[in-house]
Design a protein around this ligand. Structure first.
Ligand code: IPM
Ligand code: MG
Length: 349
């Protein structure tokens, strides 16, 4: 039996996770036991903390975590450590989930939904490998203070040590090796010291991967190239902040942010699987959310944490078939409800 921690979270999280669990059952995923726990704003409201000890405990015991989304406008005025977003950051950190894989591929049926011209968009088939437990997200010191002149000042620390860079670089090289053999490391080495070290270490690690073609790109250029010619990328490896931004951008190129799954892996087989979209409070509870990113995240979970690659393939093929059959939620220009999208995938299985 594999234990899956189900953490639906806030907003549309519960709706999309529900559909993913239905699809897992219908696809014949074997030996899964679920334990559900509160996380994010939902946990704060019920228990006074976005990542209660109980939830962290389930996540620690689990073989894999299926996560919905966190974020709740009611909680925006809380002190930072109580805000819903701290739950996902805390989980990544506590469980050492340093390697975030965000594949972006355009299903041909969605070429018209992409923000790019169809002939540009159809070329997208890339994976962003984002470092997830370091960088300016976690660097110390950080805070708010007063300058000598009495002005309010905010500050954060961007930092990486060489071990953190080397281990994510290895994930990048391994991922590229299993695909088309091209790795593009994205940094801002023309300005930032952190990025200079990043580039140096990536080059050092590349000695172990002579079969992978390594290139480097500044993040501003990468943002531009991603919309100009996304087909040039195979695997992109980058730090936490740049990866956050570039992966949202890649999602619109691939049709909709409602389509992109992700895996956040530790150094073993454990992972947290979540759609890259947020909690979308504006449409929560209305059945308008696209569950496909979460369904595809569940497929990644089967592949990376549960050794059920054949079932994962089946789910991914069923999503493609459902789209080919015309399944469209509002973000894809259609009118189908969240549950109807789940039904469409199950029918296609
Ligand atoms: C993501 C999200 C998170 C991040 C937020 C919710 C903290 O945007 O997973 O990309 O910035 O990492
Ligand atoms: Mg993000």
């Amino acid at each position: 039996m594999a234990l899956i921690a189900l953490l639906p979270g806030d907003g549309i999280g519960p709706e999309v996770v529900e559909q993913a669990v239905r699809v897992l059952a219908a696809a014949g995923a074997e030996g899964l036991a679920y334990e559900e726990a509160l996380v994010g704003g939902a946990a704060y409201k019920a228990e006074g903390h976005p990542l209660p000890e109980k939830t962290l405990d389930v996540a620690r015991r689990a073989d894999a975590i299926l996560f919905g989304a966190v974020g709740d406008p009611d909680c925006d005025a809380l002190e930072r450590h109580l805000r819903p977003e701290q739950a996902i950051l805390g989980l990544r950190r506590a469980l050492g989930l340093f390697a975030n894989l965000r594949p972006a591929k355009l299903f041909p049926e969605l070429a018209d939904a992409s923000a790019l011209r169809p002939e540009v968009a159809t070329a997208i088939d890339l994976v962003i490998v984002r470092e997830l437990t370091g960088d300016v997200y976690f660097g110390q010191p950080r805070g708010l203070r007063k300058t000598e002149a009495g002005l309010r000042e905010g500050f954060d620390t961007m930092r990486y040590d060489e071990a953190e860079i080397a281990r994510i670089a290895r994930v990048g090289f391994e991922t590229a090796r299993a695909r088309r053999g091209k790795l593009c490391s994205v940094d801002k080495a023309n300005v930032l010291e952190t990025s200079q070290l990043w580039r140096d270490v990536v080059i050092e690690v590349s000695a172990d991967y002579p079969d992978v073609a390594l290139s480097h790109m500044y993040v501003d250029n990468a943002a531009m190239q991603l919309v100009r010619n996304p087909g040039q990328f195979d695997v992109v490896v980058t730090g936490n902040l740049f990866g956050d931004i570039l992966s949202d951008q890649a999602s619109m190129c691939a049709g909709s942010i409602g389509m992109l799954p992700s895996a956040s892996l530790d150094s073993g087989k454990k992972g947290l699987y979540e759609p890259i979209h947020g909690s979308a409070p504006d449409i929560a509870g209305e059945g308008k959310a696209n569950p496909l990113a979460t369904i595809l995240s569940a497929a990644m979970m089967l592949r990376y944490s549960l050794d059920q690659a054949a079932v994962a393939d089946r789910i991914e093929a069923a999503v493609a078939r459902a789209l080919a059959n015309g399944a469209r939620s509002p973000d894809l220009g259609g009118g189908m409800t969240t549950a109807a999208m789940g039904d469409a995938v199950i029918a296609a299985l």
